[in-house]
Design a protein. Structure first.
Length: 382
């Protein structure tokens, strides 16, 4: 259905080229007594991952696409493990990594929503998702903070039951589950909600929360990201527009060439013959004019060639200009999402802290009430 990846996609000749994925691995990794690769997290024993061979399963609204994930010791070695996963499985892994490693910068999976079946099963969207998922896995693989995450082990497990159980235990859309993993009662849910709302209100009023030792550094990172995002947005607006001009020009020339070719098939002055009533001199003038002016078919072919040239120019500019800028924008989104998750956990921590203070105050009030009750006074007198 779709072509596999270019085996030379990760190779580059000099330092001026920037590869889209991680560098190719060298020698096979060292294995421990359990045949588990030693290394990872950006080390020299990194395995080579590829997402290929999308296959459609089912029909109609139940149709979905499975992608094959191959694991190799290095780029040209034989496959040592292979699993098939849906696009939603990659999204599940993305969400679980945020839950398991709060505050870590998780690589973004660019998500294109497709509500229509025709678009969801189109080769263009399937290939776009394949490339996005492959890039996501390769970046997760070399991320030092994500090493050893339970969701990664479940995702790559060749045992389908293990992975399905992991998804069942941690569904992508969950109800209210406490941060410690236990389900609270309805009364506790309401209490937690109002206490957390109170904490958020304090934050909105500028009240400082219980800070961590690196709070000042986090504020500096947030300010840096804001400034960087402003500059990147301005840069992207200008450069992406210039790159898209080549695509629009290619499309317009292609449509114009198609229109001229259709007109050529319907009517082309070069294919008509002069009327018999025309004089020989006018026939000679017409033939001379035709020899000087190109036919509609020739003009149509010229526009087709110009369209192809602009398409090649657009592809080249997109790979060299647009793609790096889009990657930077995705990295900024990932960093902002990590900061947001960190703040959410800070609010949750302060929520539980406030609940403890409320319970301590209620306990002290109860102890004071018991101490001043008539029964307690009588007992003290005795």
């Amino acid at each position: 259905m779709m072509s596999t990846i270019d085996p030379n996609a990760e190779l580059f000749d000099d330092g001026s080229s920037i590869p889209s994925g991680p560098p190719p691995s060298s020698p096979p990794p060292t294995l421990d007594e359990n045949n588990t690769p030693v290394g990872g997290g950006g080390g020299g024993g990194t395995l080579h991952l590829s997402v290929t061979d999308p296959q459609q399963i089912g029909e109609g609204r139940n149709a979905h696409t499975f992608y094959r994930i191959d694991v190799r010791p290095n780029q040209y070695a034989d496959t040592i493990a292979s699993v098939r996963r849906r696009y939603s499985d990659f999204r599940w892994l993305f969400q679980r990594l945020h839950e398991e490693r709060p505050g870590a910068i998780i690589p973004i999976i660019p998500h294109t929503k497709a509500f229509q079946i025709e678009k969801r099963l189109s080769e263009e969207l399937i290939e776009e998702r394949r490339v996005s998922c492959e890039t996501f896995l390769r970046r997760v693989q070399i991320h030092p903070e994500l090493e050893g995450a339970p969701s990664i082990s479940a995702f790559f497990s060749p045992d389908a039951e293990v992975f399905e159980q992991a998804k069942k235990d941690h569904p992508e859309t969950e109800g209210f589950i406490s941060e410690d993993g236990t389900t609270s009662s309805a009364k506790e849910k309401v209490k937690h909600f109002f206490v957390k709302a109170g904490i958020k209100a304090k934050v909105a009023r500028g009240v400082d929360l219980e800070e961590t030792p690196d709070a000042a550094q986090v504020d500096e990172v947030e300010q840096y990201l804001s400034a960087l995002e402003t500059h990147v947005k301005a840069l992207a607006k200008a450069t992406l527009y210039l790159v898209d001009v080549s695509k629009e020009t290619s499309t317009n020339m292609h449509e114009l060439g198609q229109t001229l070719f259709g007109l050529h098939q319907t009517y082309d002055p070069d294919t008509t013959t002069p009327d018999d009533n025309d004089s020989s001199s006018s026939s000679s003038n017409n033939s001379n004019a035709k020899s000087k002016n190109p036919s509609l078919k020739t003009i149509s072919n010229i526009f087709a060639s110009l369209s192809a040239i602009n398409k090649v120019k657009y592809d080249d500019n997109y790979a060299k200009v647009s793609k790096p800028i889009i990657d930077i924008q995705d990295n900024i989104k990932a960093a902002r999402l990590a900061l947001k998750r960190r703040k959410d956990h800070a609010i949750t921590y302060n929520t539980f802290l406030q609940q403890i203070k409320n319970r301590q105050a209620a306990l002290e009030k109860l102890n004071h009430k018991n101490a001043t009750s008539p029964q307690a006074t009588t007992e003290n007198q005795i």
